[in-house]
Design a protein around this ligand. Structure first.
Ligand SMILES: [Zn+2]
Length: 280
């Protein structure tokens, strides 16, 4: 029985380490480091509850300390910087957990291009905020960043569309999906329909986020085609940005003609819930 419990504990630990590494890159390593505090905690209390509480707290304190104070410096060795979280008035993360999970690292050129693009949009749309989604993890090239196929080098960043509030018809700094992905501006009748083409061609991953993300919040938002077209055109005018991915039916609907806009192919995920920008 005791051997079984020890084996179960080791198995759960391996699963936890794998999940933390998969979702945050460095979380598994930080968990192992936090084990250094366990002897000290065990000596202070016999209570299973308080031991669990203090061990979890030790992990979280160490996790935030490493992520805020050390990772940005370590990332420089891989030519990556974090995107602004609170420091830029016109560039913000759509969802803060993406930054807590370290998914907001990019090449310095990409960060500069996004800030510059946001400033260039102010003339036509005062107060507009560029909301970014996933970039890359801070360390190591080609470290997988699910569900993206190509976000392993810091040259790519996903950007949220712009929306209006359904009641006030005014711009909002928000988007319908809690994750930032998975609530799409779907093809209308007569428009090209790659979600259908790729889905029926066996590329199950193409529409996976739309299938698992709850769609109920979509009704509270109106897709802001004017400001989203402005966003895409301003990125297309950036010297740093070499390629932009958006679903073909939206490219046509928004009247965007830049040669930087490409179709991403059926092996990617659909791009009618966000745009993807990348440098050369
Ligand atoms: Zn992307």
């Amino acid at each position: 029985m005791r051997i079984f419990l020890v084996a179960l504990k080791i198995l759960l630990l391996i699963i936890l380490l794998a999940l933390l590494t998969f979702f945050t890159q460095v979380g598994g390593l930080i968990l192992l480091l936090s084990f250094l505090s366990h002897k000290f905690i065990n000596n202070r209390t016999e209570s299973v509850f308080w031991r669990g509480f203090w061990k979890t707290s030790a992990f979280l304190v160490l996790y935030f300390f490493v992520n805020i104070a050390l990772l940005p410096f370590a990332a420089r060795a891989f030519n990556r910087v974090p995107m602004p979280v609170f420091s830029e008035p016109h560039v913000k993360p759509l969802r803060l957990p993406g930054c807590i999970f370290n998914r907001h690292y990019v090449r310095p050129e990409v960060r500069a291009a996004v800030i510059e693009t946001a400033e260039r949009m102010q003339k036509e749309s005062p107060g507009v905020v560029i909301q970014y989604l996933d970039g890359a993890f801070p360390l190591i090239n080609h470290f997988p960043l699910w569900p993206h196929r190509s976000h392993g080098d810091g040259k790519k960043l996903d950007i949220a569309f712009h929306y209006l509030d359904v009641k006030t018809k005014k711009p909002v700094v928000d988007a319908p999906s809690f994750l930032g992905y998975g609530i799409s501006e779907k093809p209308r009748p007569g428009e090209s329909d790659f979600p259908l083409i790729c889905g029926t061609d066996g590329h199950w991953q193409y529409n996976i986020l739309d299938e698992i993300i709850p769609q109920g919040n979509h009704k509270n938002f109106i897709f802001d085609s004017t400001r989203t077209a402005l966003l895409v055109n301003k990125f297309a005018a950036s010297k740093t940005i070499d390629r932009i991915l958006i679903e073909p039916h939206l490219k046509t609907r928004l009247g965007i003609t830049s040669k930087k806009i490409r179709f991403h192919g059926c092996r990617a995920i659909r791009h009618d819930d966000h745009i993807h920008v990348q440098m050369k």
